[in-house]
Ligand binder design. Structure first.
Ligand code: UD1
Length: 314
């Protein structure tokens, strides 16, 4: 048994990590400012040590890291368009808070920090799938901020010996993804619109593609990265290795939900990446990772969850 800190642990991905850590018998502390996270997301985990606070405050990061063995740094404002609208707030949440977590983890003698990186770091580099050795090319403040966070982690390892591992996420989806903001992930927005009989908006021509990853796959990859030896300093994609267009996603969800609406097309978003698909051979080699839930099964589970939860008004 180890003592884990999950930053952003009341959020979508963080709460799934927390659930699994608790299920495995670990001691868990969560720190969350509840800006995008919700206390309700921790209802299933029960009994976690909860700190409501903002990691943009170094004192909060210190309190959160005290006594901890492993930090899963998930806290962020995870939106490309929001970062384009308001780069400063996003910078504070994604870079300043990350530096505070690294400083506090180092002071507390934390064994390893596993950082939530983002596929957005690849930008529009032409080759597919994206391998970790490709030079990054961020197209938005969010992408740049997530990249800086992983590089900060590597620097802390080189300078101070703090073990850090970055897992680059690719469009994660699943239960608890909050659909309530225009900046929410596309799957949560499409499911809620279709369930309510509203027309989803597709930005651009809808032929842009993504490697949509069901959240249980990410949980599996991240928890492997906490324990496997020899990966400190590495950056590792965790995804499915396939891709689907936004038009294809729309059709799949419309069929699943049995809706009859057509999408509304709007101009492409600033900072939007055209195609995204992960090469997952490094995760296979270093972490023994393989996707455990296929895209189609994940979509079904997610639709079922939105139907049975009180998040939508469907
Ligand atoms: C990006 C990152 C991802 C990161 C996520 C956080 C890439 C490839 N991925 O995702 O790593 O975790 O930000 O938010 O950069 N769309 C619509 N209609 C909508 C909403 C979105 O058509 O109502 C389109 C977007 O224009 C985009 C795609 O769907 O082309 C996915 O959008 P979104 O779910 O917001 O995630 P990304 O921006 O791809």
């Amino acid at each position: 048994m180890a003592f884990y800190l999950v930053t952003g642990g009341a959020g979508f991905i963080g709460s799934h990590l927390t659930d699994e850590l608790v299920r495995r018998g670990h001691r868990v502390r969560v720190v969350d400012n509840l800006v995008t996270g919700r206390r309700q997301n921790l209802a299933q985990a029960g009994g976690v040590d909860f700190i409501e606070g903002d990691l943009a405050d170094l004192a909060v990061a210190r309190r959160a890291c005290a006594g901890v063995d492993v930090v899963l740094h998930q806290a962020a404002i995870p939106s490309v368009p929001r970062s384009v609208e308001d780069p400063l707030t996003s910078h504070q949440a994604n870079i300043d808070a990350t530096l505070h977590v690294l400083l506090a983890a180092r002071e507390a003698g934390v064994r390893r920090v596993v950082y939530a990186g983002s596929s957005s770091a690849y930008g529009d580099t032409p080759a597919l799938p994206k391998t970790e050795s490709m030079a990054p090319s961020p197209l938005s403040p969010y992408a740049l901020q997530k990249l800086v966070g992983e590089q900060y982690g590597q620097l802390f390892m080189r300078l101070y010996g703090l073990e850090t591992v970055t897992i680059r996420y690719f469009n994660v989806f699943g239960p608890r993804q909050d659909p309530s903001s225009p900046y929410s992930g596309v799957i949560s927005l499409f499911i809620t619109a279709l369930s309510e009989g509203r027309a989803p908006t597709i930005y651009g021509d809808g032929e842009q593609t993504r490697d949509f990853t069901y959240v249980a796959n990410v949980v599996d990859g991240v928890l492997r990265a906490c324990e496997v030896p020899g990966v400190a300093g590495d950056v590792i994609n965790v995804a499915t290795g396939s891709r689907i267009s936004i038009n294809g996603l729309f059709r799949a969800l419309r069929d699943l939900i049995g809706a009859r609406v057509e999408p509304v097309y709007a101009p492409a978003r600033l900072g939007d990446v055209r195609d995204s698909q992960a090469d997952i051979t490094k995760a296979q080699r270093l972490l023994g990772y393989a996707p455990i839930v296929a895209f189609e099964d994940g979509l079904k589970k997610t639709v079922d969850w939105y139907r049975s939860s009180h998040v939508t008004v469907a």
